[in-house]
Write a protein that binds this ligand. Structure first.
Ligand SMILES: Cc1ncc(COP(=O)(O)O)c(C=O)c1O
Length: 392
């Protein structure tokens, strides 16, 4: 029994695809403690540096004093406490939608929402680089799934025409992201929205890596492109730029009511701790303020520094330089080389993860550099110099 998975683990090691956990002995931030050393952290999605922000900590602490630590039951039983309700109200207001619903993670939001919206006789059209949670949600729904090449609107159009021809009475759902998590590039949202309107399809847009980063007060790409009113299902997470944990769906009242009645991870799981909802509410309020907008501008000045100093990657021809986000992929290709480079950087006190299959396609391993508003320009320049010295 104890050897049950040894062979499979060995096979992963042989292909440089073995993963193990890394213990961080400090709060999240531009610097973290790992194996007794301080590393400059270029691996986190805490883009605005809110994960250890005093205002959020205080909101969580006050909520613990008032509401305790556990929610006690699922949201529909007795787990809906005032912080959950306040957070959903604030999210809906901030995103400009009639209603919002929170889940315990972005993953749960995806695997709960897609199967609630489409079923066996429907069609899902999904971008090839969509996050695993969206793919899993689409598979779980039982709908016919067609994956289109990344950001390829021509292919999407032919899938839409096919879906309308072959499934004239079905619901057709397009699923994509604002900012792609491992590539950092953006979806051509306006053109996609025009197309989905022509074919009468629904759109689920995952704003996980755009929220807090793009658009006035960080409302996301749909707000920046002024098309939010045409995005029926606006998804995002509370776990990245908002610095906390959880996922959300914003949309019409009937959508939210339907999810309350049908989204299984929402119905059959204990509500998120009220203190996390309170911290996320503090994050939304911060983002909506002038101070939040200033923090977002600071993030963009850090992004500019990376763009200026990051040397071309070994596969520069396929590395998109103008990312338009806080995510900078440095594509290497070979899995072992990516691991070796990540280790070399760690020996120089930089934490930059090697991203490998199945997070990205086989043979497209990369270093994923993310910057936050908390980084100093000097830290970013030092990383770029170290990456320039990597033996490629
Ligand atoms: C694009 C995208 N969607 C959804 C998720 C899942 O969000 P969460 O980490 O809140 O479960 C992630 C994060 O890993 C992501 O990158």
């Amino acid at each position: 029994m104890s050897n049950l998975f040894q062979e499979q683990l060995q096979a992963l090691r042989a292909r440089s695809l073995y993963r193990k956990l890394r213990e961080i002995g400090s709060a999240q931030g531009a610097e973290v403690q790992i194996v007794g050393r301080t590393l400059i952290n270029f691996s986190s999605n805490d883009y605005l540096g809110l994960a250890n922000n005093p205002r959020l900590r205080e909101a969580a602490t006050e909520a613990i004093a008032e509401f305790g630590v556990g929610a006690g039951a699922s949201r529909l039983i007795s787990g809906t406490q005032s912080p959950h309700v306040r957070l959903e109200g604030a999210l809906a207001k901030w995103k400009g939608t009639p209603a919002a619903l929170c889940f315990s993670s972005g993953y749960a939001a995806a695997v709960g929402t897609i199967p609630a919206i489409v079923a066996k006789n429907d069609v899902v059209l999904l971008d090839k680089l969509c996050h695993a949670s969206l793919l899993d949600g689409a598979k779980l729904s039982g709908a016919t799934l067609r994956v289109f090449p990344h950001n390829h609107l021509g292919k999407l159009e032919s899938h839409l025409a096919w879906a309308r021809r072959e499934h004239p009475d079905s619901r057709v759902l397009i699923v994509t992201e604002s900012v792609f998590s491992m590539d950092g590039d953006r979806v051509p949202l306006r053109e996609l929205v025009e197309m989905k309107k022509r074919f009468g399809a629904l759109l689920l847009l995952d704003e996980a890596h755009a929220l807090g980063v793009i658009g006035a007060n960080g409302r996301g790409l749909a707000a920046e492109e002024a098309v939010a009113h045409n995005v029926e299902i606006q998804m995002g997470t509370l776990s990245k730029a908002l610095g906390v944990s959880g996922g959300y769906i914003c949309g019409s009242r009937s959508l939210i009511e339907w999810l309350v009645n049908r989204a299984r991870p929402f119905i059959f799981s204990t509500a998120p701790p009220p203190a996390l909802a309170a911290a996320a509410l503090a994050a939304v309020e911060f983002l909506a303020s002038d101070e939040g907008e200033k923090r977002r501008q600071l993030l963009w000045s850090r992004i500019k520094t990376v763009r200026e100093f990051l040397p071309p990657s070994p596969q520069a021809q396929i590395t998109k330089r103008d990312q338009g986000s806080a995510i900078h992929p440095w594509i290497i290709g070979d899995e072992q080389t990516a691991l070796d480079m990540s280790r070399t950087l760690q020996s120089e006190n930089f934490l930059v993860p090697a991203i490998r299959y199945p997070s990205v396609a086989k043979g497209s391993a990369r270093l994923r550099v993310t910057v936050t508003a908390d980084h100093e320009d000097a830290q970013i320049r030092a990383l770029c110099e170290a990456m320039g010295r990597l033996n490629v």
